[in-house]
Design a protein around this ligand. Sequence first.
Ligand code: ZN
Length: 224
Amino acid sequence: MSKKAVIVLSGGLDSTTCMGMAKEKGYELYPITFHYGQKHNREVEQAKKVAEYYEAPDHRIVNISFLNQIGGSALTDQSIDVPTDMDEDEIPATYVPARNMIFLSLASAYAEVIGAEAIYIGVSAVDYSGYPDCRPEFIESMNETVNLATKAGATGSNMVIETPLIDLTKAETVKEGLRLDVPYELTTSCYNGEEEACGECDSCRLRLKGFEEAGSTDPIPYKG
Ligand code: ZN
């Protein structure tokens, strides 16, 4: 029987790279995508294409769009604009309160149901936006928590939260992805979610810088 991994798949560059990495490790891929009340549906649409590309047998799209009732993020709250200027010292308005804790809770529930031994999440502690839920300390703590909270953990089949990008810069992630033939043309990163990426938001800039430093060109279309 093949071993299974749940991949938290947003349809972005990092999580799609995780699909390629988990595949290389020999896992059968079980992507889970969350509709968490983003202002646009773009990520979910691209995640579907990525899941199809990898011929994932069961792509779960879980609607937790009620998170926009909590708001507090430029990505989910209509009253907060997406910022275009990155201030290195501050946690930006695109931070979604407790998002990775919520995602990993649900991903661990799914992992338990299908008997997966690993959960992949594409967080990086190097080139990131200062989000507290991308820190290694959080991942370690959450790994302990999901094993304490689940039947799988209690009965000895521990789950491991895998964060293969945690020490990688965006450029290193892109290089690794290109080596693994990750379909970056199917991914989306722009916070604005339009057909053509804006090239100006934090996420676009980080992505473009990553491709440039990796000596490659981003295959997705940009405005202008
Ligand atoms: Zn953008």
